[in-house]
Write a protein that binds this ligand. Structure first.
Ligand code: MF3
Ligand code: CO
Length: 255
């Protein structure tokens, strides 16, 4: 069942999403040559607290594992779910995706941006920009009367048209009281397929894009970090979006 949020719920969701956007923006400004991903994770924990919120991914359960970080920090060939580490120091030329999900008054806001550190190669810059643009392509189809597959197909078309691949093992998702609600929002698929979009649905749309092959592998030690199989960089962008009677409303924006 896909939940339709009430006006009361949406008032809180909007606040949760603005907090998620603020924390993300502050972390993006801190992400520079010389800072470790552990320092960013610690800062995230404090910022969330200052905003009266908490991390939605800290202690998030997957099987018998619990996610140990406050945000996900994925560098270069790390696709998603990278964990902050003291020995993972950012340097010029790196890209780091910062995935911030917060809980505020029982509701979740979820957003991600990939930051370029110092001087990044033109190839990597194009990857990051394509990923962001594909997110907005997807969002533009997040309209009542369309189907989830319209979002998916738009993202896939844009990404593959630019010569990249979308990661298929992980998807966007409904978001609300839970971090992950129905429906799944894949970054590939057929236009006109999947669940119907209705006003009041809130979706986290999040393309994960690889420069080379979109095939992935999991970290065998931490159990969380997802890498590209070929070691080439990958990029990730995400917004929480509300389906309305008219234009999609991006909730994870600074106010
Ligand atoms: N924002 C991420 C997502 O939508 C949060 C992942 S939580 C984790 O999947 F614990 F799995 F890392
Ligand atoms: Co998400």
């Amino acid at each position: 069942m896909i939940k339709i949020k009430s006006e009361r719920e949406l008032r809180i969701m909007r606040q949760a999403c603005v907090i998620a956007a603020s924390v993300l923006d502050e972390l993006c400004q801190m992400a520079r040559d010389g800072i470790s991903t552990w320092e960013l994770d610690q800062a995230a924990c404090k910022l969330m607290e200052q905003h009266g919120s908490r991390s939605a991914c800290y202690k998030y359960k997957c099987g018998s594992l619990r996610y140990p970080g406050y945000v996900c920090l994925s560098v270069n060939d790390e696709v998603i779910h990278g964990i902050g580490r003291k020995d993972r120091v950012l340097k010029s030329g790196d890209i780091v995706s910062i995935d911030v999900s917060v809980v505020y008054q029982g509701y979740v806001g979820d957003n991600t941006r990939t930051v370029m550190i110092g001087e990044v190669s033109p190839e990597v810059r194009r990857l990051v920009e394509t990923t962001e643009k594909s997110l907005y392509e997807g969002i533009s189809r997040a309209v009542a009367g369309n189907r989830v597959g319209d979002i998916s197909a738009a993202i896939q078309k844009y990404v593959e048209g630019a010569g990249y691949g979308v990661v298929k093992e992980f998807t966007g998702h409904g978001v609300g009281r839970q971090l992950h609600e129905e429906p799944e929002v894949p970054n590939y698929g057929r236009a006109g397929s999947g669940p119907l979009l209705r006003p009041g649905m809130t979706l986290a749309i999040e393309p994960m894009v690889s420069m080379g092959s979109p095939d992935i592998r999991m970290d065998s030690e931490d159990g969380w970090t997802v890498y590209t199989l070929d070691g080439k960089p990958s990029s990730h962008s995400e917004h929480t979006v509300l389906i309305t009677d008219s234009e999609p409303e991006i909730l994870t924006v600074l106010k």
